[in-house]
Ligand binder design. Structure first.
Ligand SMILES: Cc1ncc(COP(=O)(O)O)c(C=O)c1O
Length: 382
């Protein structure tokens, strides 16, 4: 059955002549690996998110791993994390040699529930990995208090949260180490890429070395030095570098962040108004004091099971509208089934079965959005 020739993707990065110009500049400079553009991108990104230090990395997954590794978290340690997250959150913990302990989420924000996180802490727990899910800020103050009381590290998975604000302050400006993603489905896109942020200068310096094979000086420092600089390798590092090609795209994107956020918020508001007429659907919720970036637009089909949700996704697809299941439950995946669960993860499993993501991106037109909404109405009734 073909219902439509119209085609609306679920996400689409927005590039224009500025990305092309900056990218060409890098190509012409011949410095295509981590160099001056990465340094500039780090400086500008730190300013935008209110961080003291920013360290560019190849992805948010490698960045989260590096943060845990640099904090000394490894074999025998446990890290409390929501199961309801992209699998990268839990994977980063395993990569560090530690074990994820899954705790449940709040049903409306889809963020880690502080009480469930507290109940998940055991004698081997060393850290909490809190996720600002889909760009909705988690209740940082409560997690900071919990971590301080229990002597734990707190790491922010801010993969989705560039431009989101909590009590007027941008995500990235806290006293914790955190990491952002620039994957193609994020608000700010460099293709692949990530950015660690931290207020701690020593941690930042170590993260810089570790992403570059543990080398004591950067290529840029060596290049700029008046005398030959011979590097050393005090510890074993990794290749988690971002390239100047990616940083050039990131710089162009960063300048457009306010416009990206304004457009997404407007589209989210249009969805919210339309969804008020579809009582079967629950629109996303912004907890008091939060300003989400609407990286994604998640809706819950009330009372649905996964089969019903999947049928709606299929019906949307028949109408040319791409959607995706909303959030995954990592503990239900074979590779994480043996991880410790702090509780029954009831809200996690409910959210994983009932949610889906609707198209939202900078260049989504009002007309296409109206078409998505009409298609959704039809899909629910089909
Ligand atoms: C919550 C969360 N954490 C981590 C990641 C991983 O980001 P990256 O693809 O940059 O490694 C993602 C990506 O979607 C994510 O949504």
């Amino acid at each position: 059955m073909e219902l439509s020739r119209r085609s609306v993707p679920v996400a689409k990065p927005c590039f224009d002549a500025e990305e092309e110009r900056l990218l060409l500049e890098v190509l012409r400079s011949r410095w295509v690996t981590q160099g001056p553009r990465v340094e500039e991108f780090e400086r500008r990104f730190a300013e935008v998110v209110g961080a003291r230090h920013a360290v560019a990395v190849s992805s948010c997954t490698t960045g989260l791993f590096l943060a845990l590794h640099a904090l000394g978290i490894g074999a025998g340690d446990e890290v409390v994390v929501p199961s309801l997250s992209f699998i990268a959150s839990a994977n980063a913990i395993l990569h560090a040699g530690a074990s994820p302990v899954f705790a449940d989420v709040e049903p409306r924000s889809f963020n880690l529930d502080p009480e469930c996180a507290a109940a998940a802490i055991g004698p081997r727990t060393r850290a909490i990995l809190v996720v600002h899910q889909l760009g909705v800020p988690a209740d940082l103050a409560r997690f900071e208090k919990l971590a301080a009381e229990r002597g734990l590290a707190l790491v922010e998975d801010s993969a989705c949260a560039v431009g989101s604000r909590l009590n007027g302050r941008p995500i990235g400006s806290s006293q914790q180490v955190g990491c952002f993603s620039f994957h193609a489905r994020k608000v700010l896109v460099t293709g692949e890429g990530g950015m660690l942020v931290t207020p701690d200068p020593e941690l930042a310096a170590r993260l810089r070395r570790l992403r570059h094979q543990g080398m004591s000086v950067s290529d840029l420092e060596r290049h700029r030095a008046e005398r030959p600089l011979i590097e050393s390798y005090p510890e074993v590092g990794f290749n988690f570098r971002l390239s100047d090609l990616q940083a050039a795209v990131g710089l162009a994107q960063l300048a457009k962040l306010p416009a990206f956020l304004a457009r997404r918020r407007l589209l989210a508001e249009r969805y919210r108004a339309a969804l008020a007429g579809l009582p079967e659907l629950e629109a996303p919720w912004a907890p008091p004091g939060t300003e989400p970036n609407f990286q994604s637009y998640i809706v819950r089909i009330r009372g649905a099971d996964a089969e019903r949700r999947n049928r709606v996704i299929e019906q949307l697809q028949l109408r040319g509208v791409a959607s995706r299941r909303g959030l995954m439950a990592s503990h239900l995946e074979p590779c994480h089934q043996r991880a410790r669960r702090a509780d029954a993860l009831r809200e996690t499993e409910r959210a994983a079965a009932q949610t889906l993501l609707l198209p939202i991106f900078h260049e989504l037109t009002e007309s296409d959005q109206d078409y998505v909404i009409d298609s959704l109405r039809a899909a629910l009734d089909a």
